[in-house]
Design a protein around this ligand. Structure first.
Ligand SMILES: [Fe+2]
Ligand SMILES: [Fe+2]
Length: 368
């Protein structure tokens, strides 16, 4: 393959550098099918729901809403950082600048992650062997294109875009480079979308911007179908696999979850705060906050138990969505259970929040 040149993409004054690693081949098999009959199960229901619930962002979103990027887009009480003693010693303007930039960094992950979802959904469309699943995956591909579009337009409004966090890129790259459609669905429909659904829920409940709230509400309704698909299609497929094939998928799921957990250790999985994330270090620099002081403040908060408490109305993606989704389809085997224990990831199998989110009603999710 011809070597790619690194190049820089700009959004206003903001620059995101692309590298040669951003173009690669995947080893996936493409599967034709000549059985075009739709099944009558949950996957067909999801396909019908997807057809009925397509939406045009130009028509239904209030794009004329004024957005002031210098003001925080989320309420103080929903922020982990506002609970840190260190953070409350900063000046009001420094806190506001940090909140504006850290929110922009999070929204940038929504944007880049949605592009990953767009490509994985397309990948499932051509690799899954079942016609109904192909139809469904095609609707998800359209959903994801719409999600990239809306978050890109919103990032234009705030005129800030941060680079993709290395762990999120590594996670989606591992998914796209995998050799089986089952792994793509595990990586995307269970793990990345579990993470995203939790993050969208938290953004929906914490944002003070009516436009961002409306965007997130509509995106979440689509995402709840995407997470349901992982279970509805893959559950029966995994149940029929032999032990070695199931172990291979369980191992893939563990490695994907571990990428997230190791990267978010500093804040107990609640924020992007990490020294290993150049984007987050840029957030600190743009806010005039010394990195050593910040991370000492985060350690102090962890010692006080603050990082383990969820702000009001928030859910924990790993505990409430991702792990229950993995456990539900039988991918916590005795072998990988030991691996989760070794790295200190508690297995949670309680599916009640996952079920509520899959119901697709963010108002109901608020009650959780
Ligand atoms: Fe999406
Ligand atoms: Fe999605």
């Amino acid at each position: 393959m011809k070597a790619q040149q690194a190049k820089t993409v700009t959004k206003g004054d903001w620059k995101v550098t692309m590298t040669p690693d951003d173009v690669y081949r995947n080893p996936m098999e493409i599967a034709w099918t000549f059985d075009y009959a739709l099944g009558r199960g949950k996957v067909e229901d999801l396909y019908r729901r997807a057809k009925q619930n397509q939406w045009d962002s130009d028509e239904i979103l209030p794009w004329s809403t004024p957005v002031d990027p210098s003001k925080p887009l989320v309420s103080d009480r929903s922020s982990l950082f506002y609970q840190m003693p260190f953070f409350n010693k900063l000046s009001k303007s420094q806190r506001e600048t940090f909140t504006a930039h850290s929110t922009a960094q999070l929204l940038s992950q929504f944007l880049h992650g949605e592009q990953g979802a767009l490509m994985t959904a397309a990948c499932v469309t051509h690799s899954v062997p079942d016609a109904t699943a192909k139809f469904y995956a095609a609707t998800q591909t359209m959903d994801e294109a719409r999600h990239v579009e809306v978050y890109s337009k919103y990032c234009d409004k705030i005129a800030m875009v941060y680079p993709m966090s290395p762990w999120l890129k590594a996670l989606i790259d591992a998914t796209l480079k995998s050799d089986r459609y089952e792994k793509v669905m595990i990586g995307m429909n269970m793990i990345v979308e579990g993470l995203a659904l939790g993050a969208f829920n938290n953004m929906y409940h914490s944002t003070t911007c009516p436009l961002l709230k409306a965007i997130t509400f509509n995106v979440m309704r689509d995402e709840s179908r995407h997470v349901s698909f992982g279970h509805a299609y893959l559950g029966p497929v995994i149940a029929k696999l032999d032990e070695a094939a199931r172990e291979d998928l369980a191992e893939f799921a563990f490695n994907a979850v571990n990428i997230i957990v190791q990267s978010m250790k500093a804040s107990d999985g609640q924020s992007l705060a990490s020294r290993a994330d150049p984007g987050f270090m840029e957030v600190l620099a743009n806010s005039g906050i010394d990195a050593d002081d910040f991370f000492a403040g985060l350690e102090e908060a962890a010692a006080l138990g603050i990082t383990q408490e969820l702000p009001p109305g928030q859910i924990h993606s790993l505990k409430d969505l991702m792990l229950p989704a993995i456990a539900r389809v039988g991918l916590i085997t005795p072998t990988v259970r030991k691996k989760y224990e070794e790295v200190g990831i508690p297995i949670s199998e309680d599916v009640h929040i996952l079920n509520a989110m899959e119901g697709g009603n963010p108002q109901a999710m608020a009650a959780e």
